[in-house]
Write a protein that binds this ligand. Structure first.
Ligand code: 2PG
Ligand code: MG
Length: 436
C-alpha cells in the first residue's frame, strides 16, 4: 500500500527544473526523476511548465509538483492499489485523473514521475529487480537480452553549438561479446575521437554537447562519419562497431523542404528527394545500421518511400511519440520499421509498454531512448532489459546522467551472470532481440 507521495522541483542535466517524486510504502521510499527533451515531437504528451518568467525563465515545474502533492498523491493513497500487482490500474487511474488526451491538465512530467516510482516500489514489494518487474508487466519472454549501447559521440542539431544540422551520430559496438565489453569499446573509441578532434581542430574543439558527445566545427554528415571511421580504426575496432544517425529532421523542416544550414543562417535547402539521396549515399559509404527521424513528423510520404526496401532499421521518434495511435498509423502507411521508446513522450509506464508491444506485433524493433535533458535516474536501463529491446541510446560514454544508465546495465549483466541466469548480448541481432 502506498503511504505517501511527495514531489519536489530539482534540476536536469541542462540545469532546467524537473520533477522528482518520492513514493513511500511500508518497505521504504522509492524515487524517480523525470527527463526532458529539446527536439520534442509535436504530439508528445505535455510537459507542464509554469510559464512564470520570474522563476527559471518560465521553465519552473511547481504546478506539476503541486499536482503530484495535491491531486495524484492523495488519489493514489486513497485508491488502496498494491504497487506489486496494480501497475496497470495505477497508470489507468493517473490517465483518468488527468482526463485529457495528452496529459495537459496534470502534466506528463507529474504523471510519469509517479508511474516510475510506482514501478520501482512494485519491484521492491515483489522482491525482484526492476528489469524483472518490467519483464512481467510486458509479458516479454526469457532469456534476458542485454542491449547494444548506441553511443551518441558527436552532437549536433539543437543539442550543440556547432553548425552540424544532424543531431546525433552514434557508434554501436555490435561485435562485442557482452554489454560490458561494448562499453569498453565505446569508451575507447570516444577517447580516440577526442584525440582526432583535438589534432584536427585544436583543444577548444573538444567541448561537448547536451548528450556528452563532441561538437567539433563540422557541418556535413560525411565529416562526422569520417571522424568516426578514423576513431574506430585507431581504437582497433573496424568492422566490430557500426554507425547510426538521428538527424532529428523535424527541427529543420521548412515549408516542405529541409534546411541543412539552419544553424548557420546560410540556407542549404534540400527537397525530400535530395535528402533521400543524401541518406542513400551515406548508407552506401558507411557501415550505418540504423537511421532515426530522417524525415519530419508530418512528411509521411517521404517516410513511406524511404521505408520501401530500406536496408537498415528505420526508427520513428517524433513520428510515433511512443503512442499506439501513431504506431498504428505508421504501420498502416508502411512508414518505418522500428519505434523509439521514450517514456516521457507518453507519460505512463503501462502505455509505454503497450506501445512497445504493438510495435513488436508488427515485427518492428523497439529502441529505448533517454532524453537530451536527463537525470541520474537509470530507469531506462532496466526497461531495455525487461522489454528485451536489444538496443538503447543514452548518449556518449561520458557525463554522469548518461553513464548512469550504462553503469546500471553493467550491474544488471554482472548480476544476471552471478545468479547463473541465462543472458545473451544482442550484438548484431539487436533488431530482433525480442525473438532471440
Ligand atoms: C532524440 C532525443 C534523444 P531530445 O531526438 O532522439 O537523443 O533528443 O530528448 O532532445 O528529443
Ligand atoms: Mg530522435
Amino acid at each position: 500500500m502506498i503511504r505517501s507521495i511527495h514531489a519536489a522541483q530539482r534540476l536536469d542535466s541542462r540545469g532546467n527544473p524537473t520533477v522528482q517524486v518520492d513514493l513511500t510504502t511500508n518497505r521504504g521510499t522509492f524515487r524517480s526523476i523525470v527527463p526532458s527533451g529539446a527536439s520534442t515531437g509535436a504530439n508528445e504528451a505535455i510537459e507542464l511548465r509554469d510559464g512564470d518568467n520570474s522563476a527559471y525563465g518560465g521553465h519552473g515545474v511547481q504546478k506539476a509538483v503541486s499536482n503530484v502533492e495535491l491531486v495524484i498523491g492523495p488519489a493514489l493513497v486513497k485508491s488502496g492499489f498494491n504497487v506489486d500487482t496494480d501497475q496497470g490500474k495505477i497508470d489507468h487511474l493517473l490517465k483518468t485523473l488527468d482526463g485529457t488526451k495528452n496529459k495537459a491538465k496534470l502534466g506528463a512530467n507529474a504523471i510519469l514521475g509517479v508511474s516510475m516510482a510506482c514501478a520501482r516500489a512494485g519491484a521492491a514489494h515483489s522482491d525482484i529487480p526492476l528489469y524483472e518487474f518490467l519483464r512481467r508487466e510486458s509479458g516479454a519472454q526469457k532469456p534476458f537480452v542485454m542491449p547494444v549501447p548506441f553511443f551518441n559521440v558527436l552532437n549536433g542539431g539543437v543539442h550543440s553549438g556547432n553548425k552540424m544540422a544532424f543531431q546525433e551520430t552514434m557508434i554501436a559496438p555490435v561485435g562485442a561479446s557482452s554489454f560490458t565489453e561494448a562499453v569498453q569499446m565505446g569508451s575507447e573509441v570516444y577517447q580516440q575521437l577526442k584525440k582526432v578532434i583535438v589534432e584536427k581542430f585544436g583543444p577548444s574543439a573538444a567541448g561537448i554537447g547536451d548528450e556528452g558527445g563532441f561538437a567539433p566545427p563540422i557541418s556535413q554528415p560525411h565529416e562526422a562519419l569520417d571522424l568516426l571511421v578514423q576513431a574506430v580504426s585507431l581504437a582497433g575496432y573496424t568492422g566490430k562497431i557500426k554507425f547510426a544517425i538521428d538527424p532529428a529532421s523535424s527541427e529543420f523542416f521548412r515549408d516542405g523542404n529541409y534546411d541543412l544550414g539552419f544553424k548557420d543562417k546560410k540556407p542549404n535547402v534540400q527537397s525530400p528527394n535530395q535528402l533521400t539521396d543524401l541518406y542513400r549515399s551515406l548508407l552506401q559509404d558507411y557501415p550505418i545500421v540504423l537511421v532515426e527521424d530522417p524525415f519530419a513528423e508530418t512528411d509521411w510520404d517521404s517516410w513511406t518511400k524511404f521505408n520501401e526496401g530500406c536496408p537498415v532499421e528505420l526508427v520513428g521518434d517524433d513520428l510515433l511519440v511512443t503512442n499506439t495511435r501513431y504506431v498504428q498509423e505508421a504501420y498502416e502507411k508502411k512508414a518505418c520499421n522500428s519505434m523509439l521508446l521514450k517514456i516521457n513522450q507518453i507519460g505512463t509506464i503501462s502505455e509505454a509498454i503497450e506501445a512497445a508491444n504493438l510495435a513488436y506485433s508488427f515485427d518492428w524493433s523497439v529502441f529505448v531512448s533517454h532524453r537530451s535533458g536527463e537525470t541520474t535516474d537509470d530507469f531506462i536501463a532496466d526497461l531495455a532489459v525487461g522489454l528485451r529491446t536489444g538496443h538503447l541510446k543514452s548518449g556518449a560514454p561520458c557525463r554522469g546522467e548518461r553513464v548512469a544508465k550504462y553503469n546500471r546495465l553493467m550491474d544488471i549483466e554482472a548480476e544476471l551472470l552471478g545468479t547463473g541466469e541465462k543472458v545473451i548480448y544482442a550484438g548484431s541481432q539487436f533488431r530482433v532481440a525480442s525473438k532471440c
